[in-house]
Design a protein around this ligand. Structure first.
Ligand code: ZN
Length: 189
């Protein structure tokens, strides 16, 4: 399987997990993921402290499947990290352990988990439907449109995640949204 079809397969898997678990909106909460974890008997352990760059890990051993997450993550990064780790449960159990370090992000296993998580939280076709409903055409999406989208949908996908999606799906020119670091400030305008 080439890399592109590997990523497409993961998006398909994410949509299947949504359908099987009654997720129909782009607002997927940590509690929704807890419910899915319980169904597949995945244990969640919180680290009592944060490691730099390390958001989570997936461990599969004689005790079963365990996901470690940094304690005290805010709602949106918690939902995304739990979604990311779910990909390792479905596809990488044979590896035993996956460390989800930001510096690992050039590996297709890790990129794939990011793609899976973004699709699980906010499927591409739903994003396109929202853009169409807002009347946003090719290369027209502005930062304020993503603020509006986040407010309207209450999506747990971060601004960084929404920006990647908008550019990749052609609603914004490359690097016009993904370079923004001041979303919270824009939100307050
Ligand atoms: Zn990972």
């Amino acid at each position: 399987m080439n890399t592109q079809s590997y990523y497409e397969d993961l998006k398909q898997l994410a949509r299947q997990v949504r359908a099987e678990n009654g997720l129909s909106s782009p607002r997927v909460l940590p509690n929704d993921l807890m419910r899915i974890y319980a169904k597949y008997e995945i244990t969640v352990d919180e680290w009592p402290y944060r490691f730099r760059n390390l958001r989570g890990a997936f461990i599969n051993d004689h005790l079963g499947a365990t996901v470690m997450v940094a304690k005290g993550l805010p709602q949106d990064p918690m939902a995304f990290t739990m979604a990311h780790e779910l990909k390792h449960f479905f596809r990488d159990r044979d590896l035993g352990i996956s460390y989800c370090d930001q510096s690992n992000l050039n590996k297709s296993i890790e990129i794939g988990a990011e793609i899976f998580a973004a699709e699980l939280l906010f499927p591409d076709r739903d994003f396109v439907a929202h853009m169409n409903r807002m009347g946003i055409r090719t290369n027209q999406c502005l930062p304020k449109n993503l603020v509006q989208l986040k407010r309207q949908t209450g999506t747990t996908l971060s601004y960084a995640g929404l920006a990647i999606k908008a550019e990749r799906l052609g609603f914004a020119p490359s690097h016009s949204l993904t370079t923004i670091k001041t979303w919270r400030k824009l939100e307050a305008l």
